[in-house]
Design a protein around this ligand. Sequence first.
Ligand code: ADP
Ligand code: MG
Length: 394
Amino acid sequence: MDGQARKLIEAFRARYGGQATPRLWRAPGRVNLIGEHTDYNLGFVLPIALELACWVAAAPAEGELLRVYSANTGEERAWPAARAAELEPAGDWGDYVAGVAVELARAGYEIRPVNLLIDSTVPFGGGLSSSAALEVATALALLDGRPIEPLELARLARRAENSFVGMPCGIMDQYVSVFGRQGCALKIDCRSLESELVRLPEEIAIVAVNSMVKHALGATAYRDRVAECRQAVEAIRREHPEVESLRDARPEHLELVDRVARRRARHVISENRRVEEFIAACRAGDLQTMGALFVASHRSLATDYEVSCEELDFLVEAALAIPGVYGSRMTGGGFGGCTVTLVAPGERARFEESISAAYRNRFGIEPRLYRCEASAGAAQVSETGELLKTAISM
Ligand code: ADP
Ligand code: MG
């Protein structure tokens, strides 16, 4: 992280001038191991925070503006800091930053004039949650050390995406970006908002493969799925008023639901069960079962939930044909982005070579590969790149 810290400080000085040393903040992206499209149904998810992260350099500014430059997009945005509570969305990347400022201001935190420079190593739209990483890192930078409950930080970042950006996502991405822990996955109960650490067996490596495609259908389909799940709940509630979300639904309730919504609900019900089974297999070191549950999750997402695509299906099937692979599935919202694969550590290099070649031959696209190590959650970082205070200890 040393190199990244230095790069950020240099870029900050080049952009804003002066010798001032900005403070640095880092919030990770994540890969979800299992429990897909269950978070907004108040069920269970099992993500890990990644070393890929959004970094923000920040220093107080003269004048009255909250100013942000993204080294990734090469663009700048600025807003009057004192009017942060009244900002309106513009429909571009600046909304993620402005939305966080709005939520902080409404929660009673003064937004001060500040210069921000952001630089993220999380790919955009790859299903590894560059958006939550940006929101959480921005919130920490704007707070500048003022205390906040970690759960409140995650909820506030999610509200920015729900209300200001207009994406009805669940809590998973922001939660794990705040609460992630080195070496562990996090089982999140998306209703109680409690989590438990799940240590991963050492005999598996986790590789995310980026299909490098993002089909335009994705954003509308996500909203459609949220709505279809709500329809399913309404249909079940007519006879079982105690069912408040698909978290509470059982397989025998499915016959009360119409065709399409029934398949969506069936995915959510079975996926919640797979999360529990995966964790049990993880604790027993049963790598075969872990892999089989990955595959079952993918098939359910492809056929019942219909959020996969040709490229993701190909990557999963191709992975399963490579020696040493236990299981593979799409991860994130779908319609492109990444798959996640469990592979024997000794076979990882060969897997990476084989999957790249297969994908290149089939689609003429070079996929990007990420070796995933469970890393720590959001934190302030020193100018030499050490994690200082984490959000969960602030
Ligand atoms: P994902 O979260 O899976 O990467 P999203 O569509 O939810 O995909 O969020 C991606 C969007 O977040 C980008 O298109 C961009 O608008 C915004 N974003 C994320 N990181 C940055 C960054 N470092 N600079 C500018 N915009 C960013
Ligand atoms: Mg996102």
